[in-house]
Design a protein around this ligand. Structure first.
Ligand SMILES: Nc1ncnc2c1ncn2[C@@H]1O[C@H](COP(=O)(O)OP(=O)(O)OP(=O)(O)O)[C@@H](O)[C@H]1O
Ligand SMILES: [Mg+2]
Length: 364
């Protein structure tokens, strides 16, 4: 059977500014109807990557393909307006002097009737058909956002590039608009590359996440895999708070106050970091100094005392000073759990939720 051809594919894109490589051999592909999120900290090269795909920035090397056809390398270049790529950036400004309908019709070709029909269809989909003859200043931020989305989708782009398109909206509104946007993009069957520096947004929107750091993609995969099989400590901490304990490897194992951990493939004598998210630490009560009876899965329990406990809404955050070295570990517990400072508790590291990495080693 023939392999499905990606709608968008970039291969080894490189962009340098003044001797600094800000996009460093980035490759990825997006299938029709799929959303890929380019996720990474500020300055890692996300927008530059998007601008090269849009054609408003030239790469120093690498190729861009649409439906398997080369659209740009360092010799050949299809201009931005002929790439059939829809753009939606953070400052998505609507044209203030044009009506909502004319804003959406802006990039459309065809007869007046055809244009009107497409504009009505899209404004209907975003729930704003009644504003078709109104002006943008009459609309709220969220409504303007939806008009901008309709405008970007009107010419049926085969690819949508979105750069932090939701960052100007307040939280509650944002969730609704994100969901609506996603639905509409799927209906239109566009391949979507969405840039964000917010992990929650990427988890919510993406079929696939490409985690970017210092110009490179360090990990790529379904949100579930990126979250549960991170490549290094930074990849864990990008998504949540973390707890870290250290150990030294001996015979592919490391001994800690929480018992032994597997450290496969790491040489004897090497230091490792054992990383766990606060929601995966297991807490047990002191039971008059006897502590819990952990299962093999939980390893050894270690004792500590509560420093502080705070209620966060859907969970409580408990900070515990550990007896074995005085360090503070953080655990979150669903609902309300607010033990008093000084209360003794026991902690366990769930083995299926820990990550063991060589100390100081990261992908880039
Ligand atoms: N035209 C340019 N000239 C010089 N340096 C540039 C240019 N465009 C981008 N850069 C630099 O390239 C790096 C990556 O920028 P880019 O805008 O791609 O980051 P980003 O990942 O989108 O960050 P953010 O999340 O803050 O938007 C930055 O250090 C930036 O200063
Ligand atoms: Mg940017």
């Amino acid at each position: 059977m023939a392999q499905p051809v990606p709608r968008l594919e970039i291969r080894n894109l490189v962009r340098r500014f003044g001797g600094q490589t800000v996009v460093d051999h980035v490759s990825l592909s997006v299938m029709p109807g799929q959303v890929t999120c380019l996720l990474g900290p500020s300055g890692c090269g996300k927008s530059t990557t998007l601008r090269m795909i849009a054609g408003v920035e030239m790469q120093d090397s690498g190729e861009i393909y649409v439906d398997g056809n080369l659209i740009c390398d360092t010799v050949f270049r299809i201009p931005p307006e002929r790439r059939h790529i829809g753009l939606m950036f953070q400052d998505f400004a609507l044209f203030p002097h044009l009506s909502v309908g004319d804003n959406v019709a802006f990039g459309l070709k065809g007869t007046k009737e055809e244009k009107r029909a497409r504009v009505e269809e899209l404004l209907d989909k975003v729930g704003l058909k009644r504003f078709i003859d109104g002006f943008p200043y009459l609309l709220s931020g969220g409504e303007q956002q939806r008009v901008a989305l309709a405008r970007a989708l009107a010419p049926r782009p085969r690819i949508m590039l979105m750069d932090e398109p939701f960052s100007g909206l307040d939280n509650r509104l944002r969730d609704d608009i994100r969901d609506q946007t996603l639905e509409l993009l799927k209906e239109e069957d566009a391949a979507v590359l969405l840039v964000t520096h917010e992990p929650e947004e990427a988890m919510r929107m993406a079929d696939e996440i490409a985690l970017m750091r210092k110009g490179k993609i360090v990990q790529q995969g379904a949100p579930y895999n990126i979250y549960n099989a991170p490549v290094d400590k930074q990849a864990v901490s990008f998504f949540s708070d973390i707890n870290v304990i250290r150990g030294v490897v001996k015979g592919a194992l490391t001994d800690t106050a929480f018992g032994q951990f597997l450290a496969p493939g790491i040489p004897d004598g090497a230091e490792v970091e054992i990383v766990i998210r606060p929601q995966h630490l297991k807490i047990d009560l002191d039971r008059a100094g006897k502590g819990p009876l952990p299962t093999p899965q939980d390893g050894v329990a270690a004792r500590g005392e509560v420093v502080r406990a705070r209620f966060m809404g859907s969970e409580s955050l408990v900070e515990i000073r550990m007896d074995f070295d005085g360090s503070i570990l953080k655990a979150t517990v669903p609902n309300v759990f607010l033990p008093k400072p000084g209360k003794p508790l026991w902690l366990m590291f769930r083995r299926d939720r820990c990550f063991v990495f060589p100390l100081g080693k990261s992908v880039v």
